[in-house]
Design a protein around this ligand. Sequence first.
Ligand code: PDD
Length: 288
Amino acid sequence: MADNIVYLNGEFKPIESACVPVMDRGFLFGDGVYEVIPVFGDKLLRVDEHLRRLQNSLRKVSMTNPHSDDEWKQLFRRLLDKNPGDDRAVYLQVTRGAYPRRDLSIDKQHPPTVFLMVLHIDAVSAESLESGISAITVDDFRWRNCDIKSVSLIANVMLKQQATEANAVDAILVRDGKVTEGTASNVFVVRRGVIVTPPKSECLLPGITRDLVIDIARDNKLAYEERDIEENELLRADEIWLTSSTREVAPVVRLNQQPVGDGKAGPMWYKVIEHYQQYKQALRDADG
Ligand code: PDD
């Protein structure tokens, strides 16, 4: 297999020789933010939207964006050229850097740590998604800054582990009786022909895939609503989907050991996934 070449603070190098000091605040505090940007046919999916979300995350944690959008795009291009392949994703992480002392205070002049790598993602096809996944509902005990794409993912790790221990693939998080999101995805339900997803708030990450699914619904005149979803609506849903850059649109066919709808991917999912695959194909085929 070709070398996995990553980018770290100005240099491209094999992943084995990329090292971060132990005093890095990303390592000590989880003090950093990240993005995962899917790549189809060498084209980045909704890169401007990902860079806008990165900018928001950085601003909310009082970090300066180390690069302009054009600089980021040049870095992505160079990284992808060094790691040729089919469908993949660019992972980017910015931490507050390595300080001389372990101290929570921020020094805004201090240089950040900037890290990029290419993630291998298994090609996702409608057929591979069709069989669906199982999920459980869990209490969303996370903080109220879930709109920041923070590398501090210990709560998400714990919630995912609850799903694993219940022999489910993932967990749907519920806060104060309302659905927020998945452990690394957004949640949609379909009931009586209407697609519903919770509105953006500090309780969930504003997913790029979520917005793409909403655009697909709007452009194809499928009924949709952005509104709160009560926990008990999950139990009555005809369909439930989890969306993310790596999962795309995954139908949840079992929830808390019970079938969702008739226990199979539903008709609305088939419509949306077809448009999603077309969107990916148009990106692959686009010039430039
Ligand atoms: N996670 N919510 C959470 C908590 C997430 O971690 C993610 C994505 C999403 C979906 O966002 P998007 O559609 O922009 O991928 C929602 C990425 C894929 C990850 O951590 O690997």
